[in-house]
Design a protein around this ligand. Structure first.
Ligand SMILES: Nc1nc2c(ncn2[C@@H]2O[C@H](COP(=O)(O)OP(=O)(O)O)[C@@H](O)[C@H]2O)c(=O)[nH]1
Ligand SMILES: [Mg+2]
Length: 278
């Protein structure tokens, strides 16, 4: 679908002030499928994006921040300009480099656009104090722009408390009404490295992770992951246990996880991209 894409575009203006999220404007020019990194603040969206981008670069894909996405936002432009130097190099420090809230990365294979990776501020997806808030207009525009999406819903086991988990569980499942036939879902359990008992020979036991998702996020489980004897889930969905790496809280240094993690995640994204879309 890469080639037909170029004419389609969501129109946009310019806004720089994330403190007024209702007036944020974004511009998505390419119509290749969008992988939407959906999750609350601090769940690990940025480092997942960076770990995946590093892996793809190593695999000879071209990785480019989309400079059109938030045109006129000088902070965003700076992040794009310095993306390779600041974020793809191995000693990236999430705490000290400019905090990434908005980011759109184009992934190209032999210079042909194949998909785009989108991060937006976590509190726009889920605010524990206002779990029923509407999404902002810029996000509805993205949802409704006609471009196929792969929604990457981020979870963390034992995240916050059971009340917040329940709210987030409902938030994600309610969001499913925005999914069209062309869309699909990946449930991503993040920070898998913190669950030593579920890791064997450096790799996650995904079945064991899924079992805990079933207990802690029962609605997400039954909506996206549970296959009955007679039918597959209503949504095209996949599951992944992910770790971006190891984090040193003193130095804030982030050391890449083994390639297995981004490779496994990319394998699932790639499968969706090939599932009749490309
Ligand atoms: N142990 C571990 N910690 C992680 C992982 N990913 C993120 N973190 C921690 O979560 C923090 C927030 O990550 P970030 O990507 O900025 O979250 P975002 O707000 O969702 O973009 C990082 O600084 C790390 O301390 C992971 O894979 N493993
Ligand atoms: Mg972030």
């Amino acid at each position: 679908m890469g080639s037909q894409s170029e004419e389609k575009s969501t129109t946009v203006a310019v806004v720089t002030d994330e403190k007024k999220p209702e007036s944020v404007v974004v511009d998505i020019v390419s119509s290749t499928p969008i992988v939407v990194f959906f999750g609350p603040p601090q769940i690990g969206k940025t480092v997942t994006l960076i770990r995946l981008a590093r892996f793809l670069k190593q695999e000879k894909y071209q990785i480019e921040p989309d400079t059109e996405f938030r045109k006129g936002d000088s902070r965003y432009e700076d992040i794009c300009k310095n993306f390779d130097a600041n974020y793809l190099k191995t000693d990236f420090k999430p705490a000290s480099t400019a905090v990434i809230n908005f980011l759109l990365i184009k992934v190209k294979d032999q210079q042909k656009d194949i998909c785009q990776l989108l991060e937006a501020p976590g509190e726009h997806y889920f605010d524990p104090l206002h779990p029923g808030n509407d999404y902002f207009p810029y996000f509805y525009k993205i949802i409704n722009n006609g471009i196929p999406k792969i929604y990457l819903f981020f979870l963390e086991l034992n995240w916050k408390n059971s009340d917040d988990r329940e709210k987030y569980d409902n938030r994600v499942v309610n969001f499913a009404r925005n999914l069209g036939k062309e869309d699909s879902v990946i449930i991503l359990v993040n920070k898998a490295d913190q669950k030593a008992e579920l890791i064997h020979a450096k790799k996650p036991n995904e079945g064991a992770f899924k079992k805990i998702v079933r207990e802690q996020y029962p609605n997400i489980y039954s909506t996206f992951l549970e296959n009955s004897l007679f039918s597959a889930t209503k949504y095209k969905s996949a599951f992944v246990a992910f770790s971006a790496g190891n984090f040193n809280s003193e130095s804030h240094l982030f050391t890449n996880s083994i390639d297995f993690f981004p490779q496994n995640l990319w394998g699932k994204i790639r499968k969706r991209l090939r599932g009749g879309w490309l």
